[in-house]
Design a protein around this ligand. Structure first.
Ligand code: PMT
Length: 398
């Protein structure tokens, strides 16, 4: 996700400095090359060696140093950066940068960079609410600097309120957004994900093996690319991606209601959910007792959500999935036409490394206007971006 990206992580003196270590791990795990600059006060809280070991680079603490033979440290780092993160950002560093002061390695490098700069502030609640601080933040925002707002909670100083550093995962997500072209900004995309559960009684249900991974990858990628994302999700074990509007549902009829409630105003609907085609004719109010050697279930057809969307006069761009075990292209094409879709993503769910409950997928994309695009084995995150590339290019310009 962050492959080939160079990120400068500036760490300031605050009790939350230890959380910058966790952020560094997330960034390097995401593929980024991270260089750390620590202020003098930051070193009171945590030793540079920790960051050095985890980033695989020496930590920068002094302004007047050279990198290699003839590279001036702060200019070289500033030029190399794709993104600059300051975590935790103290009231002091924000005040200094807002005032144009550059008197140490961190402030000098920030001033010299043309990369986007993202602050994650952490401080006492009264410092955070102080007018001078707020004016400094406002000024920096006006000049195009980005912020990940602190959260409310119990602060290290004993006070309760805003000022707690945002979670490393939230800062990581904001970093990914800052590094991703915002081609879906202003768009609203509804994604369905996961299985549906059709209850037989209070303890049993009919369902399928969908984990939600494909739909969640789509929701996360669309969010990273700037879309407002509504994620209608059946029951899964996954955490909702940061920044999406999650609408939890259980059954196919719940999903139908949720989709119809949110579809107006959407630019695209992507239906990655594995919706049960049938449900028990009736749900028993109490647990069905064990009876003879066999038991028969009467099932009735569920509404086809995608087909209902396809039959609407005014409808958003519609992308369906086809989970197939044979004649993948042929069956998917029939669904594309029958449900009046703009595109369908066919996956062969009989393969071990594709389809249900794995991190990879391979797919055949078919389009309403004809033509197809074959995607070899790739991660679901990668496939999500390929699908969004297609949708982004096909959405009408506004
Ligand atoms: O969740 P994962 O573990 O990551 O697995 C991903 C996946 C295999 C579930 C996903 O890639 C996938 O193929 N999803 C569609 C599964 C499916 O229900 O396919 P289908 O061929 O039965 O349905 C075709 C399309 O109609 C689908 O977009 C489905 O959401 C939609 N549908 C189906 C039935 C119904 N009653 N209403 C619908 O809207």
């Amino acid at each position: 996700m962050l492959k080939n990206k160079t990120i400068i992580l500036g760490v300031c003196g605050g009790i939350a400095a230890y959380k910058a270590v966790e952020l560094l791990r997330l960034l390097t795990r995401g593929g980024a090359d991270v260089h750390v600059i620590m202020t003098r006060s930051a070193q009171e809280f945590i030793a540079p060696l920790t960051f050095q070991a985890l980033s695989n680079h020496p930590v920068h603490t002094e302004l007047f140093n050279l990198i290699g033979e003839d590279e001036i440290g702060h200019i070289s780092l500033a030029d190399r950066a794709d993104l600059f993160l300051i975590v935790p950002a103290t009231g002091n560093i924000i005040g200094k940068i807002a005032g144009g002061i550059a008197d140490d390695m961190l402030t000098t490098t920030v001033m010299a960079t043309t990369a986007p700069v993202l602050f994650a502030p952490a401080m006492n609640v009264n410092m955070y609410r102080n007018h001078l601080y707020q004016e400094n933040e406002e000024k920096l925002r006006r000049h195009g600097y980005h912020f990940v707002a602190p959260v409310s909670g119990r602060l290290a100083c004993g006070w309760e309120g805003e000022g707690k550093l945002a979670a490393p995962e939230a800062i990581f997500e904001a970093a990914v957004v800052a590094l991703t072209p915002q081609d879906l900004a202003g768009r609203v995309i509804l994604v369905t994900a996961g299985p549906t559960r059709e209850e037989l009684d209070p303890v049993r249900y009919i369902s399928n093996h969908s984990s939600g991974k494909m739909g969640y990858a789509l929701a996360r990628a669309a969010r990273h690319r700037g879309a407002r994302v509504i994620l209608v999700s059946g029951p899964t074990a996954l955490p909702y991606p940061e920044g999406v509007e999650a609408v939890p549902v259980v059954s196919a009829t719940d999903m139908l209601d949720a989709v119809m409630l949110h579809v107006d105003g959407c630019d695209a609907v992507i239906k990655a959910a594995a919706v049960a085609d049938y449900r028990p004719e009736m749900r028993n109010g109490t647990k069905i007792k064990k009876q003879g050697d066999t038991i028969s279930l009467e099932l009735v057809k569920n509404p086809d959500i995608l087909a209902l969307l396809g039959s609407r006069e005014r409808r958003p761009f519609l992308a369906g999935f086809a989970a197939e075990t044979d004649n993948v292209g042929g069956n998917a094409e029939k669904k594309l036409t029958a449900k009046n879709l703009d595109m369908i993503i066919a996956n062969d769910v009989s393969q071990e490394d594709a389809g249900f409950n794995v991190d990879t997928n391979r797919a055949l994309l078919l389009f309403k206007e004809g033509g197809s695009h074959e995607c070899e084995l790739m991660t679901k995150d990668q496939l999500a971006n390929v699908i969004l590339d297609v949708i982004s290019a096909r959405l009408p310009t506004r």
